[in-house]
Design a protein. Structure first.
Ligand SMILES: Cc1ncc(COP(=O)(O)O)c(C=O)c1O
Length: 365
């Protein structure tokens, strides 16, 4: 346990008890329905399905987009492993694509090259997964341009980007299907949970069916398809009802944390690159991230932070370099590897933690 964690939300016991008390004597599934309604209101989406993880949401979204054995699905190489694993659950092959330097997300140019080559080999990808790393929205106009030209749907993995916006629209509503994560370290947590967002009624109905063990609506148990136990639990949904209320102030505070770090560390001589917001991109600054020009600096800082019980994390180790995933096809330009070698995430949960971290960093030569 770190005294200063990277990103965590202590349980608000009184707040949670108040929420639960309001449901005394009612069906527990009403809590889940109300959480979905709150998410629909917040995102403006037509259909929202609350699930027990963001990973489950990606799995069902890919299945709904028709992904199956033998298919290819494009995913960024610079991401958390949960983006890629569901492709494998469905027997499909990930096609890993590197990042571009302004948002650190999937590069539209490299995506175009990767798709073109696969189309030439008669292996047109079934879907493209776009991730908004650390909350920074991807270059959606350019990515949509590429995907539309090949008629390939976008699954938007907005797990880290709840509250981020692209040209005014909320992350999660920018692709054919969107997913969110509410795990312990996320900006809105249900202490385990996720959601699938869609405008398409058929996708909503199918994914709800699969998430509830594909149980037919009959007075006895009948199953005409394989199913999963992916629905969110009422207790997690109750936490979500509470936490979602604070989303705007959470985003505001995390943005202040990022500004504080930049203000304090900006004067140092370390040659730091910050993940800046391009015009039209509004980041929730889930994690404050920075690049040092010298990779050794990272080890030095992490050792110092460890001594002070401060949790820092290296950026994602790209999927194409991971022992299990290096066998899959990849289109790389070296940028994801540079991010891994030179990047660091700092504690981002609140301004008090940011002050503690800044003062330790400032004591360093
Ligand atoms: C980019 C990305 N995708 C998917 C997930 C999966 O979410 P969960 O942990 O809720 O399964 C996460 C977070 O863990 C993530 O960071």
């Amino acid at each position: 346990m770190y005294k200063t964690p990277l990103s965590s939300t202590p349980i608000n016991i009184t707040g949670l008890a108040d929420i639960l008390r309001a449901y005394e004597g009612k069906s527990v599934m009403k809590i889940v329905e109300d959480f979905e309604t709150a998410l629909r209101k917040y995102t403006g989406a037509k259909y929202v399905l609350a699930l027990n993880s963001g990973t489950a949401a990606i799995h069902l979204a890919l299945k709904a987009l028709g992904v199956g054995p033998g298919d290819t699905v494009v995913a960024p190489t610079f991401t958390y492993v949960a983006t890629v694993n569901p492709i494998l659950y469905l027997g499909a092959t990930p096609l890993l694509v590197d990042s571009e330097p302004t948002t650190w997300n999937i590069s539209p140019e490299l995506l175009d090259t990767a798709i073109k080559e696969h189309v030439r080999k008669k292996m047109k990808p079934r879907c493209v997964i776009v991730v908004h790393n650390y909350g920074m929205p991807s270059k959606m106009v350019e990515l949509r341009g590429v995907c539309n030209s090949y008629e390939i749907p976008i699954l938007e993995d907005a797990a880290e980007a709840v509250g981020s916006r692209y040209k005014g629209a909320l992350a999660g509503t920018l692709g054919q299907i969107g997913i969110l994560s509410f795990n312990n370290n996320k900006i809105v947590t249900t202490y385990g949970g996720g959601a699938l967002i869609t405008e398409n009624e058929e996708i909503y109905r199918k994914t709800l069916f699969w998430a509830t063990q594909s149980r037919e609506d009959k007075p006895y148990y009948e199953h005409t398809d394989i199913g999963f136990n992916y629905r969110i639990s009422p207790l997690n949904a109750a936490a979500g009802l509470l936490e979602l209320k604070g989303i705007d102030s959470r985003v505001a505070e995390r943005r202040q944390v990022f500004d504080r770090y930049r203000e304090i560390l900006g004067n140092r001589n370390d040659d730091i690159t910050w993940l800046e917001e391009p015009s039209g991109h509004f980041s929730n600054r889930w994690l404050s991230t920075l690049l040092f020009s010298h990779p050794l600096k990272i080890n030095e800082i992490m050792a110092k932070m460890e001594l002070n019980s401060i949790e820092c994390r290296r950026l994602w180790n790209p999927m194409h370099l991971q022992p299990y995933y290096q066998k899959y096809p990849a289109f790389v330009n070296g940028y994801a590897e540079k991010l891994f070698q030179q990047g660091l995430s700092l504690p981002s949960g609140n301004l008090t933690d940011a002050s503690t971290v800044s003062s330790v960093l400032n004591q360093m030569p």
